[in-house]
Design a protein around this ligand. Structure first.
Ligand SMILES: NC(=O)C1=CN([C@@H]2O[C@H](COP(=O)(O)OP(=O)(O)OC[C@H]3O[C@@H](n4cnc5c(N)ncnc54)[C@H](OP(=O)(O)O)[C@@H]3O)[C@@H](O)[C@H]2O)C=CC1
Ligand SMILES: O=C(O)C1=N[C@H](C(=O)O)C[C@H](O)C1
Length: 228
């Protein structure tokens, strides 16, 4: 597969490494090479099977506008842009582009979402209230994390309301820790996922790109992860 990786930061670099390990041909564009999406011309983008984006909440919108408009297939890892999700879906539909987006490509976190639904179901009738804490590195630009928002959606789908507080912490180089807390009058239950490496994000994103290369449409990673 011919892969274009946008972003050569902490995660983009790992995505390129993993994709090369999987035998794909990989081209990476950093911020200088792709300022304001300048590199994403029609002939350039259509030379790739899938584009993977790990950039910033601002750049990813410009990148999606350029790539989806020419019918490209995109896997989006970047978080913090979801107020534009409906616009991007509409663009992809209009122009025949494919879009697979996910707040967390780690399989462990995807399992946590399923466990969170079970955890909430088991505790909701017993008077517990639910909250979320997330901890990331100090250079993270969005808060709360995309994963915390998806975790909240999973809990809310069981509770029937979104009354779930999220507390965000920024500490050192933390790769990402998410905890769902159920608080009762006399005790607390905690469900925690702690990333000890960024590699699983890259592994999941490359697997998502491999899957998307043979599918068309618009997908949330959590809805297709079991099919990869
Ligand atoms: N869904 C998931 O599983 C995961 C999602 N993420 C998300 O991915 C995003 C990136 O995270 P992370 O790698 O940690 O961040 P980094 O800051 O380490 O990397 C982002 C990189 O993108 C570059 N960049 C900015 N604009 C462009 C552009 N137009 N074209 C190409 N490159 C560009 C930046 O360059 P410069 O610094 O020079 O501006 C930077 O090197 C974040 O939104 C994060 O939340 C992260 C991990 C997992
Ligand atoms: O910025 C990060 O580092 C991460 N971002 C994603 C998020 O916002 O949930 C996924 C992971 O937690 C790492």
């Amino acid at each position: 597969m011919r892969l274009l990786v946008l972003g050569a930061g902490k995660t983009g670099k790992l995505v390129a490494e993993v994709a090369a390990e999987h035998g794909h041909s990989v081209h990476v564009l950093d911020a200088t090479e792709n300022k304001d999406g300048a590199a994403l011309t029609h002939p350039f983008v259509t030379g790739f099977d899938v584009v993977i984006d790990f950039t910033t909440p601002e750049s990813v919108i410009t990148n999606m506008r350029a790539c989806l408009a020419v019918g490209a297939k995109m896997v989006i890892g970047t978080t913090g842009w979801y107020e534009k999700l409906a616009d991007m879906k509409a663009l992809a539909e209009r122009r025949g582009g494919s879009l697979l987006y996910g707040t967390n490509y780690s399989i462990g976190v995807q399992k946590m979402f399923a466990l969170a639904r079970y955890f909430t179901t088991a505790l909701k009738e017993s008077g517990y209230t639910f909250s979320i804490e997330e901890t990331h590195h100090t250079s993270k630009v969005d808060a709360p994390s995309g994963t915390a928002l998806t975790l909240r959606d999973n809990v809310a789908s069981v509770l029937g309301n979104t009354d779930i507080r999220i507390e965000a912490h920024r500490v050192g180089d933390a790769a990402g820790t998410h905890t769902l807390i159920a608080t009762g009058p006399n005790d607390r239950l905690l469900l925690t996922h702690e990333s000890t490496s960024r590699k699983p994000f890259a592994e999941g994103a490359v697997r998502a790109a491999e899957w998307l290369s043979t599918h068309s449409g618009i997908y949330d990673f959590q809805d297709v992860v079991e099919k990869l």
